[in-house]
Design a protein around this ligand. Structure first.
Ligand code: GDP
Ligand code: MG
Length: 437
């Protein structure tokens, strides 16, 4: 992926004590190749490296003590610029504020509509209404109702009505009459850009005059994402981009290209299927992520929402005294589960994506882990070293799992304890907070 490629590029710099014109050029070539591989448009990549080179020469990279780090900083700053500089919010000035979702089928419109409603409800104290304007499949209306139930947000739909313009207009009336201050209109997409879809969404757009039109795009679709963005922007002149499926390893080359081609800010990112997997888009963090530094800030921020200081302090003491046990492990798992998809979270830890690649982190696995821990005695939980072969067999039987799974859990527990110990100093402190609560 892009990050690996850039790692390699910077390795060229870091590997040499002294930097020469030659290896700056080599590095830039690698950077450009990495961007191209990540589906960044050719011209954008070329302009980018030219600017970086000028800056590097301007700042006399060659004569500084740590040229590699300065280069990383220059590349990072340029990337940040390329993706949009400042953070842009969404316009909530209307009464109600109407937000229209656009994008291809499967891009994540319905999921994101739910995430946004949940975000506005819980973080911004809004009263949102979701509107089902995907009239082609009954399942689509159902899907939005399921999402609405999940987050406790009302969904407006008219299953018999085949006119999305009318439905959207009626929904806004309903919102005004019932005190909703945000209306989120979910629409139908097609698998590819087509005229009928464009006409339909343009009609809805014209009829309801949304404060905010958002274009939702799957970050994994690469160069196609750029073409789709352009087509929608030509018709709707949308206000912002939502980049979904930025989970785990997707490094977001699309973010760079889309911003450059349509010149519209990316406002939010989706990082998983759960309703909590939404983050405000921060260009600088995304630049760090692309550069493989890990999205530590987002991780810490999300963690802090779940974080209970008192508990965390207790936990830290336990770890320091080697008293971290399975009961703590269990409560950590429960915390982590609340925070969203495990793979997303691990992906945000710098370096951990690689280190933990082989560790099974399926969400489902939690159930089995919980069962195994629950069949341990309190003594075993607080002192895992007690667990010998005989006890393992008993625990496995009690949990209805295989002994190998107990072994594996013991190993994971061991790794986690070690990791937590390691993280106690420095930057790890923030991660410690994440573990607490
Ligand atoms: P729509 O057709 O545009 O409404 O797309 P949906 O909201 O139905 O999403 C299509 C699929 O993508 C569903 O299976 C979602 O669960 C999934 N999805 C949506 N957003 C994300 C995301 O941020 N990450 C991941 N991994 N999956 C997502
Ligand atoms: Mg949908």
């Amino acid at each position: 992926n892009l990050s690996d490629k850039l790692d390699k590029a910077f390795h060229i710099l870091k590997g040499h004590g002294k930097i020469t014109d030659v290896n700056v050029a080599d590095t830039l070539k690698e950077v450009r190749r990495a961007l191209l591989d990540a589906d960044v448009n050719f011209k954008i990549a070329k302009d980018f490296t030219t600017r970086v080179k000028e800056k590097a020469l301007g700042e006399n990279v060659l004569t500084t003590l740590q040229p590699g780090q300065l280069m990383v900083k220059i590349v990072k700053d340029e990337l940040t610029q390329l993706m949009g500089g400042d953070v842009e919010g969404i316009n909530l000035s209307g009464n109600p504020s109407v937000i229209l979702m656009s994008g291809l089928q499967g891009s994540g419109k319905t999921t994101f509509s739910g995430k946004l409603a949940n975000f506005l409800k819980t973080k911004k104290n809004k009263k949102p209404l979701l509107v089902a304007c995907d009239i082609y499949r009954p399942a689509a209306i159902n899907q939005l109702h399921v999402v609405g139930d999940q987050i406790g947000v009302e969904v407006y739909s008219e299953p018999e009505n085949k006119n999305p313009v009318e439905i959207a207009q009626n929904a806004i009336k309903h919102a005004k009459a019932n005190g909703f201050n945000v209306v989120i209109v979910d629409t139908a997409g097609r698998l590819a850009v087509d005229e009928e879809m464009m006409t339909e969404i343009a009609n809805v757009h014209r009829a309801i005059q949304p404060q905010e039109t958002l274009f939702v795009v799957d970050a994994m679709t690469g160069q196609d994402a750029v073409n789709t963005a352009k087509a929608f922007n030509d018709r709707l002149n949308f206000d912002g981009v939502i980049l979904t499926k930025l989970d785990g390893d997707t490094r977001g080359g699309a973010a760079i290209s889309i911003k450059s081609v349509v010149n519209k800010p990316i406002k939010f990112i989706g990082t998983g299927e759960k309703m909590e997997a939404i983050d405000v888009f921060y260009p600088s963090r995304m630049a760090e992520r692309i550069l493989g530094m890990g999205d530590v800030v987002s991780l810490v921020e999300r963690a802090q929402e779940q974080y209970n200081e008192e508990e965390a302090r207790k936990l830290q003491k336990k770890i320091a005294k080697n008293e971290f046990g399975f009961d703590d492990f269990l409560s950590q798992i429960q915390q982590i589960k609340k925070m969203g998809n495990m793979k997303d979270l691990v992906g945000m830890i710098p370096g951990a994506g690689k280190a933990l690649k082989d560790v099974e982190i399926e969400d489902d696995a939690f159930k089995h882990i919980e069962a195994i821990i629950q069949s341990m005695t309190p003594a075993e939980r607080s002192k895992p070293s007690l667990i010998d072969v005989k006890r393992k067999a008993r625990i496995a039987k009690g949990a209805g799992r295989k002994v190998e799974e107990v072994n594996q859990l013991m190993k994971q527990f061991d790794q986690m304890s070690k990791m937590m110990k390691m993280m106690q100093g420095g930057a790890g402190k923030n991660l410690m907070k994440m573990m607490g609560g």
